[in-house]
Design a protein around this ligand. Structure first.
Ligand code: SF4
Length: 509
């Protein structure tokens, strides 16, 4: 058969090769390692993918930001852009840059054996080309090793000798002082030997994936791999047969876990044998089947007797966990408080008062937050929060950062009481909690007239994103709207605690 070479069109030989060697990018290879079915669906039924959630988009964007910042480790390089170039053009541009003697290339593109990858940073060191993969994480993970292993395979297959293959991750000990110090922010881990050791296994994996892609959809059932190492984008499709509630809805199930039960054909919650469950799960099952509630009046009374006036109901909102610390004195992935709501009651029959704080859209929120909090909190208040470990952690961080207020903050930390305790320990359990003790589950069951549902912001993650959005906006109307939504949300968090405590008091007469 003659081989016809036409510029821009694959030769027959290439077409034949492609037929038996389906195209795989680096990310498709990683997807296939997690689950062959996910790779098959991506190639053949992409319309079945779940929509990308806002939270996932934030993770993707954060990864991109960190990648750009890491380029400063090797300044003066040339970037091979994604936008406006086909993958073939990106590969051609990379080749040209190498031929021209460019020593640092960002997003270098390679294609070998119908495999494609982009290398975050390719740098020519004294011993040869060094390959750097940047991750928005504080440590090494197996999935990163696989990610770098396929890059190594493609780059060396493209006849570019690689002297080292490195993972660039975030140094969680870094503390920001002034401008970001990229040399301190990142840790470079040379994993060349591990990458070379992976090559034989990698080639077998590629062959297995390509063989699989030429057949029907593989019969792979749901399992722990659906969310490990990443949340699969076909979960909505593959999990559609799971009823609600199911064995996967038991809280803190332990062994046998939901997947073990599912494998035995036990899927609905009511199909589980009650005797095989722990007492907490039995409580959840009884609640679901018989709308049974539990109230241990003596234990709740003991909890209530441990409280004192003035009572302060306190809740913080903090930034999302960002790899690159935004503010002075903070570490990677450190939550930074920007808002609080405080309801207070000075005696059992005194009216409830409210104080609140939302950091302005510019500047470091930490100091204004601290001063507003110290001003609002009564000196010897019993401070109720929901999951006090979180509020305590933020107060300890502030005490470390602003040591002159350390003693006062420690005093407040000592006075923290967790309103979640009677719920976590199941001294009170309402069937509508569905095994949960989060305030979002408890509030609608005990105080149905209060609800997060109508709010524009209804969870902490959305609040964190909204605050960043407010800072990024130059539209005063948008800033005002977001600010109002944030205040409304945080206010409800502490009002909810006030009303839940009222309900606990009612149980004890
Ligand atoms: S949801 Fe689970 S079984 Fe379905 S494709 Fe994804 S990983 Fe595979």
């Amino acid at each position: 058969m003659p081989i016809i070479y036409v510029d821009g069109i694959k030769s027959l030989q290439e077409q034949e090769m492609t037929k038996y060697s389906p195209f795989l990018s680096k990310s498709l290879y990683i997807k296939g390692l997690q689950c062959h079915k996910a790779l098959w669906l991506h190639k053949n039924r992409p319309e079945l993918k779940d929509e990308v959630s806002t939270a996932q988009q934030v993770v993707f964007d954060a990864g991109t930001d960190v990648g750009i910042l890491a380029q400063h480790l090797f300044p003066g390089g040339v970037e091979v852009p994604y936008d406006g170039l086909t993958t073939a053009q990106q590969v051609t541009m990379t080749r040209r840059l190498i031929a021209e003697g460019v020593e640092t290339i960002y997003e270098a593109a390679f294609n070998f054996d119908n495999l494609f990858c982009k290398v975050d940073i390719l740098h020519k060191g004294v011993d040869g080309w060094e390959l750097y993969e940047v991750k928005n994480s504080t440590d090494r993970k197996d999935v990163y090793v696989n990610d770098i292993a396929i890059q190594y395979h493609i780059v060396t297959g493209s006849e570019i000798p690689v002297s080292s293959a490195c993972l660039v991750h975030i140094n969680n000990q870094y503390v920001r002082h002034g401008d970001i110090d990229v040399q301190q922010l990142f840790t470079i881990l040379d994993i060349t030997d591990e990458i070379i050791d992976k090559q034989a296994e990698l080639q077998k994996n590629i062959a297995a994936m390509r063989g699989m892609l030429q057949g029907e959809m593989p019969a792979i059932d749901i399992g722990p791999h659906c969310s490990d190492p990443y949340e699969c984008s076909f979960s909505g499709h593959c999990w559609s047969h799971i009823p609600s509630p199911s064995v996967f809805d038991f809280a803190d199930l332990g062994k046998p876990d939901g997947f073990a039960l599912y494998k035995q054909g036990i899927v609905k919650m009511e199909d589980v044998s009650r005797e095989t469950l722990g007492w907490r799960q039995q409580m959840q099952l009884d609640g679901y089947l018989h709308q049974k509630n539990v109230v241990d009046v003596a234990a709740i009374k003991e909890f209530l007797d441990s409280l004192w006036y003035p009572l302060a109901f306190l809740d913080f909102e903090t930034t999302c966990l960002m790899a690159v610390p935004l503010f002075e004195g903070t570490r990677p992935f450190q939550p930074v408080p920007f808002q609080f709501s405080l309801h207070m009651r000075n005696s059992s029959d005194a009216p409830v008062q409210h104080r609140e704080f939302l950091a302005p859209a510019v500047g470091d929120p930490q100091e204004p937050f601290l001063h507003a909090l110290l001003d609002a909190l009564p000196e010897n208040a019993c401070i109720l929060s929901w999951n006090k470990g979180f509020e305590g952690k933020i107060l300890r961080m502030l005490a470390e950062r602003f040591s002159m207020h350390g003693e006062r903050l420690q005093h407040h930390i000592d006075n923290l009481v967790d309103l979640m305790t009677p719920f976590r320990s199941k001294q009170i359990y309402h069937w509508q909690f569905n095994g949960s003790y989060s305030i979002k589950a408890v509030l609608p069951a005990l105080v149905p007239e209060l609800s997060y549902e109508a709010l524009a912001i209804s969870d902490g993650g959305t609040a964190a994103d909204a605050w960043l959005q407010m800072r990024a906006s130059s539209d005063p109307d948008e800033q005002k709207k977001i600010g109002g939504d944030l205040l409304e949300y945080c206010h409800l968090d502490t009002l909810a605690m006030v009303r839940i405590l009222d309900e606990l008091n009612k149980f004890c007469g």
